[in-house]
Design a protein. Structure first.
Length: 107
């Protein structure tokens, strides 16, 4: 999301080879409060074991280089939307990505 000195969007990846990665895991999601649909097992990319600074870097979607330069402007403001499993059902994955070990946990 960072803007380069040429005014273009940074094309470096957030997932960097030399940085710690998150972990794909399966967890149980209860839909609604109180649950209005049966529990669903979903795949989540867990950043919880990473250092706080690394979690923040992921949340602001910056490559490791631009994360170190706070004065670099973003191309567009962040537009995070709270995930609602009832409204965003098409984004729920019930299997881990191919080649990922199976980890179980809670959402």
């Amino acid at each position: 999301m960072a803007r380069t000195h040429r005014g273009t969007r940074c094309v470096n990846r957030v997932l960097a080879p030399r940085k710690p990665h998150g972990t794909w895991r399966l967890t149980t999601l209860l839909l609604g409060r109180p649950p209005v649909l049966p529990a669903v097992e979903i795949a989540v990319y867990d950043l919880g074991h990473l250092a706080h600074a690394e979690q923040q870097r992921w949340r602001v979607q910056r490559c490791p280089t631009h994360a170190l330069i706070p004065e670099v402007a973003d191309m567009a403001p962040g537009e995070w939307e709270i995930f609602d499993p009832l409204l965003h059902r098409q984004y729920i994955a019930t299997r881990l990505p191919v080649g990922q070990a199976r980890h179980r946990g809670r959402a």
